[in-house]
Design a protein around this ligand. Sequence first.
Ligand code: PLP
Length: 361
Amino acid sequence: MAREQVFNFSAGPSVLPLPVLERAKAELADYHGSGMSVMEMSHRSPLFQEIFDGAKAKLKAALSVPDTHEILFLQGGATLQFASIPMNLLEGGTADYAVTGNFSGKAAAEAQKYGTVHIAADTGATGHDRIPSQAELQLSRDAKYFYYCSNNTIYGTEWQYVPETAAPLVCDMSSDILSRPVDVSRYGLIYAGAQKNMAPAGLTVVILDRALLGRELPFTPEVMRYQTLVKHDSMLNTPPCWCIYMLGLMLDWVAEQGGVRGMEERKRERAAKLYDYLDDSGLFIAHARPGSRSDMNVTFRTGSAELDAAFVRGAAARGLLNVKGHRITGGMRASLYNAMPMEGVDALIAYMKEFEVQHHV
Ligand SMILES: *Cc1c(COP(=O)(O)O)cnc(C)c1O
């Protein structure tokens, strides 16, 4: 199938805007008349430094990152941060973790190796179908930080509010960064694996308050020490050069589309259309409860594993790719990241309607 015939609903790595890919293609073998691809340049060269500084400045502008916060471009995925965060911020003390899905659960388990993890909330009892309210959060008095995941990629729930805590907020925004404005000043640390909504896999963005530097446990590897990484401006070792370049292109595209406010408007429209259909459907059931629903990952099912499988097969045959749910949840998941056009949602709903007519009993 050609790209024009496909809508890619993959949860990650996921769809990138075609203009971004076209620009990368045009610059692939010879970047701005340098005779080199970005993939072939020294990360210490002035030309790459320009790309690096540009991407950083664009991200700072897109998210209005205040001067109190540093931006790091790292490797190791979001998963490495599950360990980096407690190693750098826990100081052997206690941290509060809100477990609202798979990744926050993994982060909490990892943090236990470095101190005490207090579970401030756990929505596992109802299959992580909702986000806890502020009143439900059990905050410990001396927490070094409060950890949560703003968008649960697998279960399809998204925090609609920023928790109020005395401890600094640490947030995994891997699957909803750049999809809405964020008041970065309210956070001690924000991080995101790039492959959901920012760039190809291989880059992790960390944005952290400089006031939190210098708290790392003594055995923290040099390459995981925020203080060291800040000191070397993410270039203690070779950074993920190509991904940083791609992030710069993506940020240009986001700016052209009205910035994160434009992204937010569109993501709400896309998701609302699909949830409205799901709530009216006699066959499909949305997993996440109203008030907790993700605009980025819409999870749903028919109630029959056979019908779910038939739906996924039929979707793929029509170019509606990667709508199969995560293996933990089963069912279906449509990821509607920034690069998903409304036409993709329309095509999915059209197929769902047809499928419903065929299979509704
Ligand atoms: C995908 C994802 C992760 C894991 O990311 P890796 O880069 O594969 O380590 C963590 N958190 C969230 C919210 C994710 O969506």
